[in-house]
Design a protein. Sequence first.
Length: 98
Amino acid sequence: MTENYIQYADGYQKDNIDGQDIIQAISDLQLMDEEHGAFWVSVITDDENVIEVNKDLSLMVIFAGEQTKYQPKDWNEVIELYKLLLAGESDIILERVK
């Protein structure tokens, strides 16, 4: 089993998440103030792979220490990227955010 967790900028954290946790986090994010308006999901395999999204819909992908900024078209694309992350599909994610 792959280890994963979600963490909000305001400190909330939950381990072993699923797609429903992502949807809830996006809903929570839209209610956060600007200072705390971000959350990230980490999936730990050989490396720690992270996707962080901010309230303004900007996104940062950090895989194997390499950072890539990306601007998704909408929140549905964000959900898709997180589901790919949870499924271990890092190659597909990297191809999409180039």
